[in-house]
Design a protein around this ligand. Structure first.
Ligand SMILES: [Zn+2]
Length: 234
């Protein structure tokens, strides 16, 4: 065993963000592009193994989650074919999600991946990435045991804090984002780092209101997700 076979305990989900599946496969298999993922799932559910999941692929880039920098060495990357925000973002078809669930079922068993460690590219690189985005069915996946989901929710969108504000509510927000896993300094200022991390959180756990501001429903979601992650760490 070489030094390139460390423990894998995380799954990172992506969308391809390209016009077609063919273009995405070509790019992911091109050594010059210096990007790769372990799997690619087409819209019709056809799944391609691109890189053996026990070896490192180059899907995460500069990234951070729960105290760990650079997720390439400890995560499996799965690309879902979707044009993404740049080329006409569309909901993920049922066939694609069914195949993903099958794949995740195998990987969860093989690599003993904790429930809380199924995350999105935007979670680990919020300033650079939006994938797999707010159309991704995180709630459904959590029902299958992949990822956590708040037990209760409210649609209340009354704003509690936004960029530029300073104070204890903002400090609480930064602390909560940091505890969940985002790279956010715990301070009293609502910075642009806070805003992008909060938008990433909303894209994942409050997709009805991706604003980058703290509202009542987002606050409840933060509390619930923090608790769920703590409970399902291992
Ligand atoms: Zn990605």
């Amino acid at each position: 065993m070489g030094q390139d076979t460390p423990t894998v305990d995380t799954v990172v989900l992506h969308y391809t963000g390209m016009k077609s599946a063919q273009a995405a496969i070509k790019r992911l298999c091109d050594p010059k592009a210096e990007v790769s993922a372990h799997y690619l799932v087409e819209e019709n559910g056809v799944t391609h193994l691109l890189v053996d999941p026990t070896t490192r692929a180059w899907h995460a880039g500069v990234s951070y989650w729960q105290g760990r920098e650079g997720l390439n060495h400890s995560s499996i990357g799965i690309e879902l074919v979707n044009p993404g925000h740049e080329f006409g973002y569309v909901p993920f078809p049922t066939e694609q999600i069914s195949s993903l669930v099958e794949l995740l079922t195998e990987l969860k068993t093989e690599f003993a991946i904790p429930i809380s460690r199924f995350i999105g590219h935007s979670d680990i690189a919020p300033a650079r990435k939006m994938d797999p985005g707010e159309y991704f069915p995180w709630e459904l996946l959590a029902q299958y045991g992949f990822g956590v989901w708040p037990k209760s929710s409210t649609k209340n969108e009354t704003i509690l804090a936004k960029k530029g504000m300073v104070g204890p509510t903002v400090e609480w927000l930064n602390q909560s984002l940091s505890k969940i896993g985002y790279s956010v300094p715990v301070q009293t200022e609502f910075s642009s780092i806070t805003e992008t991390a909060l938008a990433a959180f909303q894209r994942h756990w409050r997709p009805s209101a991706v604003t980058g501001s703290l509202d009542v429903g987002t606050k409840l979601a933060l509390q619930e997700v923090e608790e769920q992650i703590e409970t399902n760490k291992n």
